[in-house]
Ligand binder design. Structure first.
Ligand SMILES: C[S@@+](CC[C@H](N)C(=O)[O-])C[C@H]1O[C@@H](n2cnc3c(N)ncnc32)[C@H](O)[C@@H]1O
Length: 301
């Protein structure tokens, strides 16, 4: 079981691993930061609330863990309103090669402490896990993904540990955004074959462990939530965006203004689509501040 995790890790992060050699998500799959600036706009509203709750600290962090091509970090830096911009330090964290993104600090390691908002956008799904099949006596599997004959699973413990470690560094809020699943559905067999998958150049392919493709699996976000601790909320991207002012809107205006507004409406629709990006889970932990989102319906993956 450890061998599968090691093979997955080598294929992504070994000397000739997929991410080590600098493959950018934009060339292989579509993530919300690549859709347009609207995700960053919503996260800046969240950051503004965190900043206010922290009492407007002299240094305000936005940390983008698993930053990929740096698109989210770059958009946050560019779009930050002046009341945040002077105090804002945007840090992109990625184990892949650093990218030149204006105004963004790039590092391979998580900062020791974060005062502000830490975001792991499609980070946890890129953390390798052991791949197992029934029968399996692993305590994580017994607790979080009880197996029946013929079923397979990914052991989410490395994601739990990575998320708990990241959250523990934060004063403010920590947000994981990812595709994932919940215990009730796992136990009912909705993911009986597991969710391990490979992508290359926009297509799902048969997994190979040679560094030529992205290897990923859905995230047990409920397990990550418990590992990082209360208080947290787990809601859908669609509901979270709505609560942050990025809701559905009809195109308005005339001429170029209408075209711009129609393009924006299309991008927002993509971020809100269910099934699609709107069904992604937002796992939000508040750290020494009140929860910066209002109560919302529980996430249904
Ligand atoms: C699926 S990509 C997501 C990129 C970007 N956040 C987005 O949504 O477009 C996952 C990224 O996480 C990075 N990553 C994985 N484990 C990491 C770690 N422990 N520390 C920093 N980055 C990591 C990978 O190198 C890869 O760039």
């Amino acid at each position: 079981m450890r061998d599968s995790e090691a093979a997955w890790r080598a294929a992504l992060y070994g000397p000739s691993g997929f991410f080590t050699l600098g493959e950018r998500p934009v060339d292989h799959f579509r993530t919300a930061p690549l859709v347009g600036p609207e995700l960053a706009e919503a996260l800046l509203v969240l950051l503004e609330r965190v900043d206010a709750a922290l009492g407007r600290p002299a240094r305000l962090d936005f940390v983008d863990v698993g930053a990929g091509g740096g698109e989210l970090s770059g958009a946050i830096r560019r779009l930050a309103p002046s009341r945040l911009a002077d105090r804002l330090v945007v840090t992109a964290v990625d184990v892949g090669p650093p990218r030149a993104v204006p105004g963004v600090e790039w590092t391979a390691d998580l900062p020791r402490s974060v005062t502000g908002l830490l975001v792991g956008h499609e980070w946890l799904d890129a953390i390798p896990c052991p791949l197992v099949s029934w029968p399996c006596a692993d305590p994580w599997v017994r607790r979080w993904w009880p197996l029946r004959p013929g079923w397979s699973a990914e052991v989410g413990r490395p994601r739990d540990e990575a998320w708990a470690d990241a959250v523990a560094r934060v004063r403010g809020a920590a947000l994981a955004v990812d595709y994932g699943h919940l215990l009730a559905d796992r136990a009912a067999g909705r993911y009986a074959s597991g969710t391990f998958a490979a992508y290359r150049a926009g297509r799902q392919i048969e997994p190979v462990f040679d560094g030529s493709c992205d290897l990923t699996a859905h995230v047990a976000l409920d397990a990550c939530a418990e590992a990082a601790g209360e208080p947290y909320m787990l809601v859908s991207q669609r509901d979270a965006l709505e609560a942050l002012g990025v809701g559905a809107s009809a195109p308005a205006g005339a001429g170029m203004a209408w075209l711009d507004s129609a393009a924006r409406a299309g991008r927002v629709a993509e971020l809100r689509a269910i099934p699609g990006l709107g069904a992604f889970g937002w796992l939000l932990h508040a750290r020494e501040i009140p929860m910066p989102l209002p109560p919302l319906p529980a996430w249904v993956p």
